[in-house]
Ligand binder design. Structure first.
Ligand code: GUN
Length: 284
């Protein structure tokens, strides 16, 4: 069996085009402020892609790059300034933050109505209670791709590998709301391969390159790979390549459908960020 590819690039393009139409129709300019602290190369790329995508759909975007030595108070001051700026509808502080900064304190300082990452405890609480909220972008993107591949998800057995606040935990809530039977797996889970083999939907978000193997996957399951890992390219000395948390070559022989890396979940994360920014602007 060779799995169907779930094309995140195409899905994200369609969503961005719809957003551009909505933004033009509402005659508003949603504003997204992105704050990057430090010089992490991967974060620099993500932040650049987020602002570029925002501008392309007709939003205004601002990127603030603060030095690695920024204190917590300096970052909190920047967040307060953006909270108080009426032209800014979305505030995103790129994670991870340098170790002198308390990540949770910064997230809690963002106005929940501008929290386009959906990480604020108010938004997490609302999501868990089934109330309308700003929903974290990567899990939202995973749900769109799953629904596109499978339609109704009710009654399906889903396993989420990884229990991060950014992906695993909110995704489990969304799958539960979609009436899936959800298993949360993590580094202490016993018999992980057996747990995966029982699932109709496998989502890997653990940050471990090619961790999920082909024989862990039930024939006909759908696999969403959230991982983005850079590894040495054995066929090109001195070069590197991007792989997910799933061994694509093996898993695609068992699955019904699978997301590639790159070109799967990544582009949908950005499309959902723009969706959240428009939602925040319209609620303003
Ligand atoms: N770092 C990795 N993913 C994300 C994300 O979705 N939002 C933010 N702010 N930082 C991240």
């Amino acid at each position: 069996m060779t799995a169907r590819l779930i094309d995140g690039t195409a899905a994200a393009k369609k969503h961005r085009a719809e957003l551009a139409v909505q933004i033009a129709a509402h005659k508003i300019t949603p504003g997204l402020a992105v704050v990057l602290v430090g010089e992490d190369p991967a974060s620099q790329v993500y932040v650049r892609n987020k602002s570029k995508a925002a501008e392309e759909v007709g939003m205004k975007s601002w990127t603030y790059v603060l030095p690695t030595t920024t204190t917590q108070q300096q970052l909190l001051n920047k967040v307060a300034e953006l909270n108080n700026d009426p032209t800014v509808h979305g505030v995103l502080v790129q994670l991870p933050l340098p170790k002198q900064i308390d990540q949770q304190a910064v997230i809690a300082a963002i106005n929940p109505a501008k929290d386009v990452d959906g990480f604020h405890p108010i938004n997490i609480g609302r999501l868990s209670s089934g109330l309308p909220s700003l929903v974290p972008c990567t899990p939202q993107g995973c749900m769109i791709l799953l629904r596109e591949a499978l339609g109704d998800l009710a009654g399906r057995k889903a396993i989420v590998l990884g229990r991060s606040n950014i992906v695993g935990k909110p995704l489990a809530q969304l799958l539960l709301q979609a009436d899936c039977t959800v298993t949360m797996a993590h580094s202490k889970t016993r018999n992980l391969a057996d747990e995966c083999r029982a699932a109709d939907i496998v989502v890997a978000a653990i940050g471990n390159p090619e961790f999920v193997r082909g024989d862990w996957i039930k024939t006909g399951a759908t696999v969403i790979d959230v991982g983005i890992n850079r590894i040495a390219d054995m066929e090109n000395a001195g070069k590197s390549r991007l792989v997910g948390d799933v061994c694509f070559a093996e898993v695609s022989q068992h699955a019904f459908a699978i997301t590639p890396v790159p070109g799967g979940v990544g582009p949908m994360t950005i499309a959902c960020l723009l969706k959240n920014t428009l939602q925040a602007a319209l609620a303003h």
